[in-house]
Design a protein around this ligand. Structure first.
Ligand SMILES: Nc1ncnc2c1ncn2[C@@H]1O[C@H](COP(=O)(O)OP(=O)(O)OP(=O)(O)O)[C@@H](O)[C@H]1O
Ligand SMILES: [Mg+2]
Length: 766
């Protein structure tokens, strides 16, 4: 027999915007047939409270004439109502229903038809009817119990709670709203609706039936809560980040992607254009690399200034600047900008700085250098910004050769020009001790917690053929930036502690580090790589063969102004709470993620004790370049903030050690002292000078300590200690242990903007 639906109003919740592709639809509570030109666009919609997780089948039987009425937006979703066209009712449908279906113990046809009508009713009408009811109609005990269970499930439903966000009912408010809706419904419920719900039982269909009625209830009952939550969500809107930089958008920019493996000439070529330009900016991933470019460019006769969180070296008459990427000005105009190591856009902590530079730089030509992992996403960004994109692909000058013999587990097999890579500070010193004990080689050392000056000094010592320091022992800090004459990279191990457990070193990192061997123009133009242990060799080869993983998202982080605006919506929140709420409520486009901020929260929690800091002060102190695992450094930061809050001139409150380190704890102490001084310099650059008046003194002390560190490393012959004394810890987690956040201020911007800069320390390369 044929069912002829009455002129029924029904809703389509469409996840895609394009209703024009959806033409005909006919629904009963049990049967759904559609005729759609492109059914695949219908990914997630619900009709009469019935979910369709897969696109419905086409049915030529049910070509019905349905008339679309004024599409409008419903609860923030594209929505339309459709009604059957009465004139063509005869053509509407032919749905085969077995008349005796009810004999199978299922619902009777009449009953089902009745449910079809309930399910197809407008939820607004149902809500109105319920609201106007004076009392609840009598229900059976069994129905009542089922109904209680249905509402209990609804209140706990992740689906409903998620959907409610679209109508600005926050996750924290949802249980209250659901509870009040429960009370309302139970006071007003009608037999037919209850029967229908009971027929569905506690399931997702019941939730989907109740949801639009719940929405109507909330819109009427909680307008203030909805308004407030809406404001909060809107103030945490990080969508369309390219629109944040209207001046850059007004420009016709040309982006040149220098894409290739390490040691293929990407940065060299970008710097050629930079030096030819009238005005240029080089954005570096590390302080160390910014210093190198600053020296190189000035050495070639192009006046260039240096700008990092810690130092501002202004060279008179210079039109060029080498800065750390967090310090980049999006206010100044440039002819040529270079953004080095662009794949860092996908870095979980610092990615936002590269994203901001790419989106916001006001430069006619932007040269981005990096591996291919973010090529696709840069293409996408350029199509959104309207920038022209030119891709230049590079190959390694000389292929990297894997030595299959390995060191056979014996460090005695190291040779001049080797760099042994280990993934913890402890291992680095153990390797150095072993090599110096069992061979005639002397070792330089490079790891992330060393100041850039010391790393540079160690690199220079290693590069100089006229001394006995001919082996380098390094952490993965060696993977980026430094120009070192390495003949062979030897992996001491290929696993590391990730802060939680021991994991294999990611292939991209292995490639980046191994690629440091052999450098055009150096003593060793051909690079070799191998492992200490034979059993690690296969993994090394596997990593080197692997193509780069594509990143499908890049980092974002709000500016201070965005956080301030958001804070206006939730007064009396702690800064750490504010960050959490922001993280929970912020909206992002599919190509972006919110950078991690756990380390900032940790500082924010410590700062809670300090009274009298403005939100902006807190924000700035929280980005200070401190190793959050170093209690001494954290203590100094707290002291700085306390003095500042009391409007006292901030003291360095730290003496200068008299000699180089004689043991590992003295070496750790020197590292901490340098970090505290570096933090002081950053804060001094950021806040007004009279608040941190001892910048010069801090600078002189930092230079002295970097020298002491260099001397200490040359003489180091001791067993390393862990920073977390007392805690059993085998290795220092690289990703947090060696990455230190540094605060910098972009003074060229009219608005002071807080940045962070890991320029002096190691970076984990995605
Ligand atoms: N055309 C060239 N002429 C002379 N030297 C070059 C040329 N191209 C590159 N080099 C040198 O080769 C070395 C590697 O080049 P470069 O640093 O540009 O590589 P890269 O692809 O940026 O590598 P990485 O990924 O390690 O940053 C550098 O020492 C650079 O000076
Ligand atoms: Mg480079």
């Amino acid at each position: 027999m044929a069912i002829r639906p009455s002129r029924t109003l029904f809703y389509l919740y469409l996840s895609k915007n394009n209703l024009s592709k959806f033409r005909f639809c006919l629904v009963s509570s049990r049967f759904l047939h559609t005729h759609s030109t492109e059914p695949k666009i219908i990914q997630d919609f619900h009709i009469f409270g019935h979910p369709l997780s897969t696109p419905p089948q086409l049915s030529p039987l049910c070509v019905a004439q349905w008339k679309r009425l004024n599409p409008f937006h419903f609860y923030g979703h594209p929505f339309t109502t459709m009604v059957g066209n009465e004139d063509n009712d005869s053509e509407i449908c032919e749905l085969d229903v077995e008349e005796n279906e009810c004999d199978n113990g299922e619902l009777g046809f009449e009953k089902r038809l009745n449910f079809v009508q309930i399910a197809s009713r407008d939820p607004v009408e149902i809500y109105k009817e319920l609201r106007e009811a004076t009392k609840c109609e009598k229900q059976t005990r069994a129905d009542w119990d089922t109904l209680i269970e249905i509402f209990r499930c609804f209140a706990k439903s992740g689906w409903a709670s998620n959907q409610a966000l679209a109508v600005y009912i926050g996750a924290s408010f949802f249980p209250t709203a659901a509870h009040k809706f429960h009370n309302f419904f139970f006071k007003k419920c009608k037999v037919d609706i209850v029967k229908y719900l009971v027929s569905l039982g506690p399931c997702i269909e019941a939730e989907k039936f109740l949801f639009p009625i719940f929405v109507e209830f909330c819109l009427e009952e909680f307008p203030d809560e909805i308004k407030n939550f809406r404001k909060m969500v809107e103030s945490a809107d990080l969508t369309k980040p390219h629109t944040w930089f209207p001046f850059a958008r007004a420009m016709k920019r040309k982006v040149i992607y220098h894409c290739g493996p390490t040691n293929s000439g990407k940065t060299y070529n970008a710097l050629q254009r930079y030096m030819e330009a009238k005005k240029g900016i080089y954005c570096s991933p590390l302080r160390l690399l910014a210093m190198e470019v600053f020296d190189k460019v000035n050495g070639l006769g192009v006046y260039c200034s240096l700008l990092t969180g810690q130092e501002k070296k202004h060279v008179p008459f210079s039109n060029h600047v080498a800065c750390t990427v967090e310090m980049v000005s999006t206010d100044d105009m440039y002819d040529v900008a270079v953004i080095d190591e662009i794949q860092m856009m996908a870095d979980a902590y610092r990615g936002y700085a590269w994203t901001r530079a790419l989106l916001g730089l006001k430069a006619d030509e932007i040269h981005v250098c990096g591996d291919p992992s973010v090529l696709d996403i840069v293409r996408k960004i350029c199509s959104e910004t309207g920038d022209e994109l030119v891709e230049q692909h590079y190959k390694r000058f000389k292929p990297l050769v894997v030595e299959a013999k390995t060191l056979l587990g014996d460090l005695k097999n190291v040779r001049s020009g080797d760099c042994v890579v280990a993934f913890s500070r402890r291992e680095i010193f153990e390797v150095k001790m072993a090599i110096e004990k069992h061979t005639n080689h002397r070792c330089c050392v490079i790891y992330g917690a060393l100041p850039p000056e010391t790393r540079r000094q160690q690199a220079t010592l290693f590069n100089d053929p006229n001394n006995e320091f001919d082996v380098l022992v390094a952490s993965d800090a060696v993977g980026m930036g430094l120009n070192i004459n390495i003949r062979r990279i030897i992996f001491y191990t290929l696993s590391k502690y990730n802060g939680d457990r021991i994991v294999p070193v990611p292939a991209s990192q292995v490639k980046q580090i191994a690629g440091r061997a052999g450098r055009r123009g150096s003593r060793y133009p051909e690079g070799l790589t191998t492992t200490l242990q034979l059993e690690d060799l296969d993994y090394l080869i596997e990593c080197l063969k692997k193509s780069f993983d594509e990143a499908n998202k890049v980092g974002l982080f709000p500016f201070y102004e965005q956080v301030e605006f958001f804070a206006g919506q939730i007064p009396n929140s702690t800064f750490s709470g504010l960050l959490d709420r922001f993280g929970e409520n912020c909206r992002l486009d599919g190509s972006y993620f919110l950078c991690q901020y756990n380390h900032i929260k940790k500082i924010a929690n410590m700062m809670e004790k300090v009274q009298g800091l403005s939100l902006e002060d807190r924000f700035n102190f929280c980005f200070a370049p401190v190793n959050i695992r170093d209690p001494k450094a954290m203590y100094h930061l707290l002291k700085f903030a306390s003095s500042y809050a009391q409007a006292l001139p901030v003291n360095i409150a730290m003496g200068m050690p008299k000699c180089s380190a004689r043991n590992d704890s003295e070496l750790l102490d020197l590292e901490t002292r340098h970090q505290v001084l570096s933090m002081y310099m950053c804060l001094s650059n950021h806040f007004e000078n009279d608040k941190f008046p001892y910048f010069k003194k801090a600078e002189a002390m930092a230079t002295g300590i970097a020298e002491l560190l260099g001397e200490s490393l040359a003489n180091a012959r001791w067993k390393p200690e862990s920073r977390n004394i007392g805690k059993q810890q085998k290795v220092v987690p690289k990703s947090q242990g060696e990455v230190e956040e540094q605060l910098c201020i972009n003074t060229s911007s009219s608005r002071r903007r807080l940045q962070h800069d890991t320029a002096s320390l190691a970076v984990h390369v995605p």
